[in-house]
Design a protein around this ligand. Structure first.
Ligand SMILES: [Zn+2]
Length: 271
């Protein structure tokens, strides 16, 4: 009888541990979802819910560093580091009110051997994803704004705000809008690209330089071609701080650096 009671007590203890474990797991899942909701709706999107359009290949290890949403006060410091390290990068630029005064920097970006590519003029999801026409109108404004500083014919690469598989656009332009925009980009003879490595440097949690590096190292595990998403807004000064270590780490792993256009060329010549 005493033995039964002890066994029962042990069983009750095991059950309570299992219940506690389940509750903790459910709580963690809810917190995780809330966290991602928060930055999915932030004005600077995390952009991390998409995947890269690049395929694995037998080519040597390549990495494209890409900077979205600039130029800004952080662009020149990034350019200085890239020049010192002799590393090319790609800048997917905006033409918002907030970064207008830095737009002449796109000329410097090109002169220093980097690639300038299209992102969005306004970067307002509710406006640009209202319809395909609204999207291309925004891109037209972006190109017109950039015209004084570079040759528009070189501006043939595009990264969709939120990535090509974002679902935020569905709220405004319906569930097929991204599919239509991707097809129309190709009809124009242009190209689009997402990313497969994310620094998560523009999230609401404002990660420090060490965290940004670790995010990249985790995502890059096992990839021979990395397209790294970073940002050059006025809020991403930790990205500037992280850049030397990011470059050093990719070098130590045997990667060589190239722009997005150079990567596409390498991949097509390697086929
Ligand atoms: Zn963006």
């Amino acid at each position: 009888m005493r033995y039964d009671r002890r066994q029962e007590a042990q069983r009750a203890q095991v059950v309570s541990w299992v219940v506690c474990g389940l509750l903790v797991a459910i709580l963690a899942a809810i917190l995780h979802l809330l966290y991602h909701r928060e930055y999915a709706d932030a004005s600077i999107p995390n952009d991390c819910f998409a995947v890269a359009a690049t395929a694995e290949s037998a080519l040597p290890k390549q990495v494209c560093l890409t900077f979205d949403d600039g130029p800004s006060s952080n662009t020149q410091p990034l350019l200085d580091i890239l020049a010192r390290e002799k590393v090319p990068a790609t800048f997917f630029v905006c033409a918002q009110e907030i970064n207008r005064e830095y737009l002449p920097l796109v000329r410097t970006i090109v002169q220093q051997g980097h690639q300038v590519a299209m992102h969005s003029a306004s970067h307002r999801y509710a406006t640009i994803y209202r319809s395909t026409d609204a999207f291309w109108q925004d891109i037209k404004v972006l190109r017109q704004t950039l015209q004084p500083y570079l040759n528009l014919e070189d501006l043939t690469w595009l990264r969709f705000p939120g990535g090509s598989t974002n679902t935020i656009s569905h709220r405004y332009g319906g569930s097929s809008i991204m599919r239509e925009l991707k097809a129309q980009t190709e009809e124009k003879g242009w190209h689009w690209i997402d990313w497969n490595v994310c620094g998560e440097d523009a999230t609401a949690s404002h990660p420090d330089a060490d965290r940004i590096l670790r995010n990249i190292q985790e995502d890059a595990q096992g990839l021979s071609t990395c397209v790294v998403l970073l940002h050059d807004t006025k809020a991403t000064d930790q990205t500037v701080k992280a850049l030397p270590a990011i470059v050093e780490w990719f070098r130590s792993q045997g990667y060589t650096f190239c722009t997005v256009a150079q990567l596409a060329q390498l991949q097509s010549s390697g086929e």
